[in-house]
Structures are given as C-alpha cells and as structure tokens.
Design a protein around this ligand. Structure first.
Ligand SMILES: NC(=O)c1ccc[n+]([C@@H]2O[C@H](COP(=O)([O-])OP(=O)(O)OC[C@H]3O[C@@H](n4cnc5c(N)ncnc54)[C@H](O)[C@@H]3O)[C@@H](O)[C@H]2O)c1
Length: 299
C-alpha cells in the first residue's frame, strides 16, 4: 500500500518521496524502480528508499502504512497489539526526524493507531490524521454509481464513525448531483449497498487471500497528502481527534474535516438524527474498546 501511495504521489508530482521499510533493501529497490518510471510518465520528482529514517528528515507529510495487513478470517481488531508495537516504533522515529510533519495514518485498526501516533508523537491534534473515510466513501460511491449506471463523479457520499464494520454511512446526506439517494433507489437496494460498503475491505481480502486492498487505499491517502501539500482545503471524511464534537471525547473517529497546509484545519459537525447519533456512539464505543486495551499495554 505504501509503495502504491508513493507511486500515486509521484505520478501527480505532489512531492519528492522517501520509502522506508524494515525489509532489507526492498524500499531501495522499489525507490529506484519508481525513479526510473519518471522519464516514461514524465514526472520530475525524486523517489528514493531507505531502511532507516535519516533520509526522511524534515518531511512535510509522513504517510504511515507500516504494519501487518489482515489475513482471511482475521478482523481488523486482531491486528491491534501487533500493530500497536509497529506504530509506536515508527512514530518515535518519525517524530525525531521530522518534528514538524503532518502524520497521515493508514495502518489498521485505523482509529486506534491514530490515537497511538497522536500520544507517542505528542504532536498537536491537527497534525495527526487518519485515512479511512475517503476509502469508505469511495467504495460507497462506486457501488452507487454501478447500481444507477451514472458517473462516479456525480455521487457524493457521507460516512462517519470508526473504520470497520460499525462505520456509519449517512445515506440521508448522500446524493447524486444533489438528488437524494432515497429518490433514486428503494430502501432494500440502499441497505444492500450500505452493507457491502461496511464489508468492502473484507470482500477484497476474501478474494486476494494473502493481503488486503491497496490501489484504492493508496489513492485515498494520496488525495489527503495532495490536499495538505497544495493547501487545497478539501473537505474529506478523515479520522480526527475529537474533544466533545459529536459527543465523543479523547478518541479518533471519522468525521468531515477541512484538510490544508495546517493539517486538520476544521472539523465539521453535522446535525444527526437520533438513529445516526446512536450508530455513531456505537462506532465510537468500538474504537474506545481498542484504545482501552492499548492503554493497559502502555502503563
Ligand atoms: N485505513 C485503511 O483504510 C486501510 C486500507 C488498506 C490497508 N490498511 C492497512 O495498512 C497497513 C498496510 O497494508 P499493506 O497491504 O501495505 O501491508 P503489507 O504487509 O503489504 O505492507 C506492510 C509493510 O510494513 C512493513 N513494516 C512492518 N513493520 C515495520 C516497521 N516497524 N517499520 C517499518 N516498516 C514496517 C512490512 O515490512 C511491510 O512491507 C495494514 O495495517 C492494513 O490493514 C488500511
């Protein structure tokens, strides 16, 4: 996923990229491969790789994808403690070498790993953000567009909550060029697409058998990086540290944010129905459970 994200950023000439991995030589080889793609694709950014963090010094943005991916039958939560150790180590190195960076977390379980990176880096909350909602809404948008046989570009979707089976697609606010979904499909169809979105990651894992999705997650992380580095101020669904917003305190949960040069420049609080509020509370509860497990490890 990390390599795919680097390739995506290079193709868009968004940044010079340094790949880091613990697998000896692999990021260096991949970096050379991507550098040599430049003359063909016509990008002038540099892509390099390393097994240590020195070459990443003073990065503006660091995308953290290190860790284990889900295997078939394994939930995101099974990954919790293994990836906690990885994120702790990686974040310590990143914070040491790039103290002013904005961190974009991708590793699962996403919302809990954001919390770890926030605590370990001691960065302000607006400089630690998680990628999940951009991917989840992309999946929802793709399924809606396919169902209605319309362009994906016309489909807007709103998703809140933790990344996982408890994510909250806000179908009431999702639409096709302003036309509410409820006017375009019956409830049964909508429910089917929501369920497919909630299980979107697992559906791909089931087919791949040895790994999880990477093209769409990589593109999603790259969209966030581009919005930050170009200060585009895109409003995207991202995992953000909440302190009272949506009734959540001290947790990372997916909400609409403005992403610009300052990182998370604004959190948007949408008026929710009682049912949506209950779903979001349940989703935040699931994130809280994971964070509670990590807290016992931390003390
Ligand atoms: N947030 C999302 O929506 C989303 C989507 C897809 C994947 N993911 C997650 O992203 C992560 C990466 O997925 P992937 O498919 O690229 O997995 P992968 O196994 O292909 O790559 C992970 C890489 O991390 C490296 N790594 C492990 N420990 C490390 C450490 N301490 N320091 C540096 N590198 C280390 C491994 O060597 C490996 O190359 C997984 O946790 C996966 O669940 C999240």
């Amino acid at each position: 996923m990390g390599a795919s994200c680097a390739m995506n950023l290079a193709m868009k000439e968004v940044a010079d990229v340094v790949l880091v991995d613990i697998m000896e030589g692999v990021p260096i080889g991949k970096g050379l491969d991507m550098l040599q793609t430049g003359p063909i694709e016509g990008y002038d950014v540099t892509v390099t790789g390393a097994n240590d963090y020195a070459p990443t010094a003073d990065s503006d943005v660091v995308v953290i994808t290190a860790g284990l991916a889900r295997k078939p039958g394994m939930s995101r939560d099974d990954l919790l403690l293994a990836n906690y150790e990885v994120i702790k180590n990686v974040t310590e190195q990143v914070a040491k070498h790039s103290p002013n960076a904005i961190l974009v977390l991708v590793t699962n379980p996403l919302d809990a790993m954001c919390w770890v990176a926030y605590k370990v880096s001691k960065f302000p909350k607006h400089r630690v953000v998680g990628m999940a909602g951009v991917l989840d809404t992309a999946r929802f948008r793709a399924f809606i567009a396919q169902e209605l046989n319309v362009s994906v570009e016309n489909v807007t979707a709103v998703v809140l909550g933790g990344h996982g089976d408890t994510m909250v697609p806000v179908t009431r606010l999702s639409n096709v060029s302003g036309i509410p979904l409820a006017e375009l499909m019956d409830k049964e169809t909508l429910d089917r697409l929501v369920t497919r979105t909630q299980n979107g990651g697992a559906e791909i894992v089931k087919h791949l058998k040895t790994g999880s999705a990477y093209y769409a997650p990589a593109a999603a992380a790259a969209e966030m990086v581009e919005s930050i580095l170009k200060d585009k101020k895109k409003v995207l669904p991202c995992a953000a540290y909440l302190e009272g917003e949506y009734g959540v305190n001290g947790l990372y949960v997916g909400v609409p944010v403005k992403l610009g040069a300052g990182g998370i420049e604004k959190i948007y609080e949408i008026q929710l129905t009682a049912e949506e509020k209950a779903m979001l509370a349940k989703s935040a509860g699931a994130v809280q459970e994971l964070v509670d497990v990590i807290k016992t490890k931390m003390t």
